[in-house]
Design a protein around this ligand. Structure first.
Ligand code: FAD
Length: 327
């Protein structure tokens, strides 16, 4: 059965959420059937992977599309189906000595969603690993391959964010067999120095283990504490304003602009925020909004608005939300 009615939308904030329809894609032919179904029903639609980066409404009067293609083909390049789990792919690349994925270890979610916001962590973005992305275009009922260089990848952004008609069916990754690691990120170098680890003799799995240890000390596991990771993007400001933020961490972006730590900014105003019954900030990382599994969509958005407003009133900075808010 490809189409289910009144379907539960699984999401890592654990908001109770349903959609009118759920459409499962298992092969190319299903894509054409979906195209016809959408035209027949004339309802909004959205593709969802594992739901770790969405804010889901109580009821979505539309079609939730889910993809069930989890192949991993390792030939000249690595072709991976959209529903494969991202961290399982990272583990696979480590076993096969394919380099470049290790810094993105333990990021929750599916392979299909990963290019959408150009997932990144510890100095690496997925854009550097992608050769091309195989899609179905719901605007014209056709299949299309988009080269990595044409995906408009930026910090937490890609062409897929702008175009919800593009369903990602699989991703082609470079098959880099040359042993090289990216260990320049501050928290990685600090960890290596503090633990007297020899930079030059690190093995592939040891790099992933270092990343996993650093991540686990900062981010809550969504299986235990509902969350979507970072709730806001780090804001980018003009360097002419940098002197206002002397006490804050910043990273250069271009010659004229820098990125500020949204977590640090939010941490500095959290005592000004109203308290809510079912949502809060994670005690070890103010960029992460957590729930107690009982929060409603409205409560999450209300808390988000309080944070944005307080940041704007105090710093004249507009914070952009990272997860997709389904309306
Ligand atoms: C604890 C925690 C830590 C995290 N850490 C990081 C991190 O370090 N770096 C980082 O970048 N992110 C991080 N995230 C965010 C999240 O893991 C990623 O955004 C992930 O790629 C979401 O995958 P998903 O399958 O759950 O996507 P979903 O939440 O299901 O969807 C996210 C978006 O992608 C779209 N989408 C999903 N699948 C497809 C598809 N096949 N085709 C087209 N569009 C699609 C959806 O429409 C939606 O807009 C973290 C999240 C959590 C909970």
């Amino acid at each position: 059965m490809k189409i289910n009615k009144d379907h539960q939308i699984i999401n890592s904030l654990r908001i109770s959420s349903h959609s009118k329809y759920n459409f499962l894609i298992e092969n190319n032919n299903d894509c054409h059937e979906l195209y016809d179904f959408i035209r027949l029903k004339r309802l909004p639609y959205i593709v969802i992977g594992e739901g770790t980066n969405i804010v889901a409404p109580e009821y979505f009067n539309g079609i939730v599309i889910q993809i069930s293609l989890n192949n991993i083909n390792n030939d000249k390049h690595l072709n991976v189906g959209a529903s494969a789990n991202w961290n399982e792919l990272v583990e696979y690349t480590i076993k096969k000595n394919i380099y470049g994925f290790e810094n993105l270890s333990l990021i929750p979610g599916s392979v299909g969603a990963a290019p959408v916001q150009n997932i990144g962590a510890y100095g690496v973005e997925i854009s550097s690993l992608i050769k091309s992305v195989e899609c179905f275009d719901l605007s014209n009922n056709s299949f299309i391959t988009i080269n990595g260089s044409d995906c408009n990848f930026k910090y937490r952004h890609s062409c897929f964010k702008d175009n919800p008609d593009l369903l990602i069916l699989s991703v082609n990754f470079f098959n880099n067999l040359k042993k090289e690691f990216n260990l320049n990120y501050d928290s990685i170098t600090s960890y290596i120095n503090e633990n007297n680890i020899d930079f030059n003799n690190l093995e592939h799995n040891e790099v992933a283990e270092i990343i996993n240890t650093i991540r686990s000390s900062k981010l809550p596991d969504p299986n235990n504490i509902p969350n979507v990771g970072s709730f806001f993007k780090n804001p980018i400001i003009d360097n002419s304003r940098l002197s206002e933020f002397n006490n804050f961490i910043s990273w250069p972006v271009t010659d004229n602009s820098s990125k500020l730590s949204a977590g640090q900014l939010i941490g500095s105003i959290k005592h000004l925020l109203p308290s809510y019954e079912n949502v809060d900030l994670y005690e070890h990382h103010s960029l992460v909004m957590i729930t107690n599994s009982k929060a409603s969509y409205e409560e999450v958005l209300d808390f988000k608005n309080s944070i944005s407003k307080t940041i704007f009133n105090n710093y004249s900075i507009h914070l952009d939300v990272e997860p997709t808010i389904i309306t």
